[in-house]
Write a protein that binds this ligand. Structure first.
Ligand SMILES: Nc1ncnc2c1ncn2[C@@H]1O[C@H](COP(=O)(O)OP(=O)(O)OP(=O)(O)O)[C@@H](O)[C@H]1O
Ligand SMILES: [Mg+2]
Length: 501
C-alpha cells in the first residue's frame, strides 16, 4: 500500500542542472520551441545590410536571453550599440546588471594581472599570455597590408611566439610580475650582437641584462631552473645571432602590438588596476565593451578581442554545476572580432553554457576576416558549422545564398513537362472544330525528376526586411542541423520577427 504513494526521489543537483537545458526561451513557431540547449549550441544571423538582423531576430534573441537572466559579454562595432543595449536592459528589467567598459567609465581590466592571478606564476602562465598576444596580433596583422598571407608566414609567427615566450618567462622569473611597459623595455634592451654582450656599457644600461641577473639570483624550482637556462641561451646566443633584418621584423611585430597597449586609452583601461573581470558574467553582469570599432578603429578592435579572448578562456574553465547561470557572447558585425581561436572555443563552449550569437552580412565576411583563401574558408566552415541555429535574412549576396541553400540541402523534385511536337492524327480536332490544336502534331506529357535545392538561393532575395513598408515584419529562414521543425516538417522554418515601431 505504501509503495503506491512512494514519492519519486528528489533529483540530484547534477540532474536538476542538466534539466535546465530544456528551459524554453522562445517560440520559433506555435509548436517549435527554442530552448537553452539550442541557445548554447550557438547562433549565426546572416543578412544583407538593412535586412533586419539587428532590429528583428537580433533584438528578439537579446531580449529573450536578458529576460531569462543570462549574464553576457557584448562586443560593439557601431556607435549606437550602447544605447541599443541600454534600452534592451531597461526593457528586460536588467538595467542594474549592465556594466559598461569604456573610456568614460570607471571600469579597468588589467588583463595580465588577471591572467597571473588566475594561473599563478607557474605552469600555463607563459603559454596563456603568448596565446593571448598571438590572438591580438592576428587581428593587428589582418589590418596591416604587409601582414598575413605571406609564404613564410609560419616562420614569422613561430619566431614571434618564441620571442614572446622568452620575454614573458624572463620577466616572470626575474620580477614575478608581467607588465606591458616591462615587456617593452625588455625587448628593446635585448642584445643585438655578441660584442654588445661583452660591453660593460650595455650591461650597465640594459634592462634585459638586469633581468637575467635577477632571475639567476632567485631561488628557483627545478622547472624554473630549466626554463631559465632556455631563456638565457635564447638571449645570449640565439637572439644576437639572428640577422639584423630578421630580428628587426620580429621585434617590430612584437613592439607594434605592445606599443598600442602601452599608451593612451588602452594603457589606462588595460594596464592599470582591475575592478572588472570576465568572471562577472557568471554573477549576471552584462559587460558591454563601449569602444565601437567604427569609432575607435584598431584600438577598439584590440580592446574587444582582448576582452573576448579573456572571457572565452575564463568561461570555458567554469563548472556549470557550481553556478548554473547561462551566459551569452554577443557580436553584431562579428567579422571585426572573429579570430582563429573562435572555432576551437565554439567546439567546447556548449559545456560551459555559453550562447554565442554572431551577426554579420555574409559568408565571405568571415572568410576574409579569417585570412582568406583555403585556410579562411576552412576556418569559416568550421566556425559556422558549430553555430547550430542559423537565422537567414534577406540577402543579395550569391555566395551566401548558395551556401545557405546548400546547407538546407537538396531534395528530389518532380518537374511536370508538356511536349507539343505533334505528329499524326488530327481527325479529332477537326471533328471538334479545334483548329488551334495544331496540325500534324501530338501532345505528350510527363514528369522528370532531379535533385534540386529545397530552398532555392533566390528565395533569400525575397524575404521582407522590416520598416513601415513591410508592416515592421522581418522574415527569416531558420535552419537547425539535425532538427525537423514540427510546423514545417522540414529542417528549415520560415519565421517572422517584429521590429519595435
Ligand atoms: N524600430 C524600427 N522601426 C522601423 N524601422 C526600423 C527600425 N529599426 C530598423 N528599421 C529599419 O529596418 C531595416 C532593418 O534594419 P536593421 O538595422 O535591423 O538591419 P541590419 O540587418 O542590422 O543591417 P546592418 O547590416 O546594416 O546592421 C532598415 O531599413 C532600418 O532602417
Ligand atoms: Mg545591424
Amino acid at each position: 500500500m505504501s509503495g503506491l504513494f512512494k514519492r519519486k526521489p528528489a533529483p540530484t543537483r547534477a540532474e536538476a542542472v542538466a534539466n535546465l537545458l530544456s528551459m524554453l526561451l522562445f517560440y520559433l513557431s506555435k509548436i517549435d520551441a527554442w530552448t537553452l540547449r539550442d541557445a548554447v549550441e550557438g547562433t549565426l544571423i546572416l543578412g544583407a545590410t538593412g535586412s533586419g538582423k539587428s532590429s528583428g531576430s537580433g533584438r528578439a534573441l537579446a531580449l529573450t536571453m536578458l529576460k531569462a537572466g543570462f549574464g553576457g559579454l557584448v562586443l560593439t562595432a557601431k556607435a549606437d550599440e550602447r544605447a541599443v543595449w541600454t534600452e534592451y536592459c531597461r526593457e528586460a528589467n536588467r538595467h542594474d546588471d549592465l556594466v559598461v567598459f569604456g573610456p568614460a567609465d570607471v571600469h579597468r581590466f588589467n588583463f595580465l594581472d588577471h591572467e597571473l592571478n588566475r594561473t599563478g606564476t607557474g605552469a600555463g602562465l607563459t603559454e596563456n599570455i603568448v596565446n593571448l598576444f598571438s590572438t591580438v596580433l592576428e587581428v593587428a596583422e589582418r589590418n596591416s597590408t604587409s601582414g598575413g598571407g605571406r609564404e613564410d608566414e609560419g616562420y614569422w609567427k613561430r619566431a614571434n611566439r618564441q620571442l614572446c615566450r622568452n620575454v614573458v618567462d624572463l620577466l616572470a622569473l626575474a620580477t614575478g610580475r608581467i607588465t606591458i611597459p616591462d615587456l617593452y623595455r625588455l625587448v628593446v634592451s635585448a642584445p643585438s650582437s655578441r660584442e654588445q654582450i661583452r660591453s660593460e656599457e650595455w650591461k650597465a644600461g640594459s634592462f634585459c641584462f638586469h633581468c637575467l641577473g635577477e632571475a639567476d639570483k632567485r631561488t628557483k624550482t627545478p622547472r624554473q631552473q630549466s626554463d631559465f637556462e632556455i631563456v638565457a641561451d635564447y638571449f645570449m646566443l640565439e637572439y644576437p645571432a639572428l640577422s639584423d633584418k630578421t630580428r628587426s621584423v620580429i621585434v617590430s611585430t612584437f613592439t607594434s602590438m605592445v606599443d598600442v597597449l602601452n599608451r593612451g586609452l588602452l594603457r589606462e583601461l588595460f594596464c592599470t588596476e582591475t575592478n572588472l573581470t570576465p568572471e562577472a558574467v557568471t554573477d549576471g553582469r552584462i559587460i558591454l565593451i563601449d569602444l565601437p570599432v567604427k569609432e575607435y578603429a584598431e584600438v577598439g578592435q584590440f580592446a574587444q578581442v582582448l576582452w573576448k579572448y579573456s572571457f572565452q578562456r575564463s568561461i570555458e574553465r567554469r563548472n556549470v554545476a557550481d553556478k548554473p547561470r547561462p551566459v551569452f557572447m554577443w557580436a553584431d558585425e562579428a567579422q571585426h572580432f572573429v579570430t582563429s581561436y573562435d572555432m576551437q572555443f565554439q567546439t567546447t563552449c556548449r559545456a560551459a553554457w555559453v550562447a554565442t550569437v554572431l551577426l554579420s552580412q555574409n559568408y565571405s565576411n568571415f572568410v576574409a576576416a579569417l585570412g582568406g583563401g583555403e585556410k579562411g574558408r576552412a576556418e569559416t566552415d568550421s566556425l559556422l558549422a558549430n553555430l547550430n541555429t542559423k537565422i537567414l535574412h534577406a540577402n543579395g549576396d550569391p555566395v551566401t545564398n548558395e551556401w545557405a541553400a546548400g546547407l538546407i540541402g537538396r531534395t528530389r523534385q518532380f518537374f511536370a513537362n508538356g511536349n507539343t511536337t505533334h505528329s499524326g492524327d488530327d481527325r479529332w480536332s477537326a471533328v471538334l472544330g479545334l483548329d488551334w490544336l495544331g496540325h500534324n502534331g501530338s501532345t505528350s506529357a510527363g514528369f522528370s525528376e532531379s535533385f534540386e535545392f529545397e530552398v532555392q538561393p533566390r528565395e533569400f532575395t525575397r524575404l521582407r526586411t522590416g520598416g513601415p513598408a513591410n508592416g515592421w515584419c522581418v522574415d527569416a529562414i531558420v535552419f537547425q542541423n539535425g532538427r525537423v521543425f514540427k510546423q514545417s516538417g522540414r529542417s528549415w522554418l520560415p519565421v517572422t520577427f517584429w521590429q519595435k515601431r
